[in-house]
Design a protein around this ligand. Structure first.
Ligand code: GAP
Length: 434
């Protein structure tokens, strides 16, 4: 497990090397908002691409969607978010600190100063804004607190346009917003974040089987992309922690330095959402099952993951300290840069040759060129950002058209003909995801 001291080093590495910056930093920052820098944006894109590839491209029963963030306000009445999407908030009468009551062991005494806590009041987590020039209750709209509702309201559109047959799913990646009472732990709990959600529609009665299928499928995805087994677990929700729409739910949890915490929830949502939207919109949201000659409202299994939380877990899990170096052992598909190309010396045509190789690889992978400092330091710089392969042009390159290929994890170096670099890297990247 990564220690809290190592976590501090990860946060500082993120800033120093351009993974994650505090939002609006030059103005003192904005609490719980973060910006992804040049390496962070690649890392997070790779996480989202790996998810999209596994749930949309590698299957024939899931369709993609990109719904808008602002939706008709009735959506949130139907979904239950206006009524029930709130956390119990308590204030300390002495130091004025705020807490979520359900996060406290003792609900009467302030954990910070021992002062008396107020009675709990319900605090709705949705951000409100106004649509159009008039700021009144008729123009209130909400920043979506989950991407899921964009999927439910498009259920019939996807069925009709894609001739989708139950069982099938709709997948979406997008921003969600929650006015969290106690954000924190770096990018783990923020007020603006990205979700990767699937709503998988099944025949009523088949929901149990599909819930078990999806909890295993999603659990395995994290280890397939390199997260250590011992840092992952599946946890079943107790009845008293189930969301208002859920019949049964499992969380994929990761052992962060601050304890086991949720990366993804896999919930059995029954026909709750489609039924609610049918009632509120007065539109028919039933499905006609040709095979069974039956009409019904499908049940839903929802694997709902956080893109930022997964990215943080991939970062934390990849972090490793050795006596001589810090290394991010990212899975090659997740690594922001796939290969770095160096000239051993800044002379004798070596930089030009290295640039040629960089240009040859650039259309295929995210690569970078570096000629600054001695070769050992250049390797260390790449280790620290998790680049799986380094390619070095040296004096011998001009004799035999070969380069050195260095592996990040084993630090092993082999000679390779220039003509074989692309195939070798492609092969190593593909093999890594077997
Ligand atoms: N549609 C179901 C839903 O939204 P959730 O458990 O509230 O369920 C799903 O959220 C995932 O979204 C979580 O497992 C987490 O990864 C991510 N998430 C939720 N709140 C978050 C926050 N404040 N900051 C970062 N990620 C968050």
């Amino acid at each position: 497990m990564t220690t809290p001291e190592q976590m501090e080093k990860i946060v500082s590495l993120c800033k120093r090397r351009g993974f994650i910056f505090q939002s609006s930093e030059i103005y003192g920052g904005l609490n719980s908002c973060w910006d992804y820098g040049p390496l962070g944006v690649e890392l997070k894109r790779n996480v989202k691409d790996a998810w999209w590839r596994s749930v949309v491209y590698e299957r024939d029963d899931i369709y993609g969607l990109d719904a808008s963030i602002l939706m008709h306000p009735k959506v949130w009445e139907a979904s239950g978010h206006i009524e029930g999407f709130s956390d119990p908030l308590v204030d300390c009468k002495k130091c004025k600190h705020r807490f979520r009551q359900d996060h406290l062991d003792n609900t009467e005494i302030c954990p910070d100063c021992g002062g008396e806590l107020t009675e709990a009041r319900q605090f709705n987590l949705m951000f409100k804004t106004f649509m159009g020039p008039v700021e009144d209750s008729a123009s209130t709209v909400y920043m979506r607190p989950e991407t899921a509702q964009g999927i439910f309201v498009n259920f019939q559109n996807v069925v009709k346009s894609s001739r989708a047959k139950v069982p099938f799913g709709i997948a979406q990646i997008g921003k969600a917003f929650r006015n969290e009472i106690t954000p924190g732990n770096f990018t783990f709990r923020t007020r603006e974040f990205e979700q990767m959600e699937i709503e998988f529609f099944v025949k009523p009665g088949d929901d149990e089987e599909w819930l078990h299928y999806w909890k295993n499928e999603r659990f395995n995805w994290y280890s397939q992309y390199g997260i250590k087994q011992e840092n992952l677990k599946l946890r079943k929700h107790d009845d008293d922690e189930l969301a208002h729409y859920a019949k049964e739910c499992y969380d994929v949890e990761y052992l962060f330095p601050f304890g086991w915490s949720e990366l993804e929830g896999i919930a059995s949502r029954t026909d709750f959402d489609l039924t609610q939207h049918q009632t509120f919109s007065k539109k028919n949201l039933t499905y006609f099952d040709e095979a069974a000659k039956e009409r019904y409202i499908p049940y839903v299994i929802e694997p709902s993951a956080g893109a930022d939380r997964s990215t943080l877990a991939f970062l934390v899990d990849a972090y490793d300290e050795e006596p001589e170096r810090v290394v991010l052992r990212f899975h090659p598909k997740i690594a922001p840069i796939k290969a770095a190309i160096f000239p051993l010396m800044r002379k004798d045509g070596q930089p030009e040759k290295a640039r040629e190789i960089e240009e040859m690889l650039r259309p295929h992978f995210k690569v970078m060129y570096d000629e600054a400092g001695n070769i050992g330091r250049r390797y260390r710089r790449q280790d620290e950002i998790g680049t799986p392969f380094c390619i070095t042009v040296d004096h011998d390159t001009f004799q035999d058209d070969s380069v050195t290929l260095r592996d990040r994890d084993s630090m092993e170096q082999v000679r390779l003909p220039i003509s074989g670099i692309l195939d070798t890297l492609q092969g190593r990247l593909e093999k890594s995801s077997d």
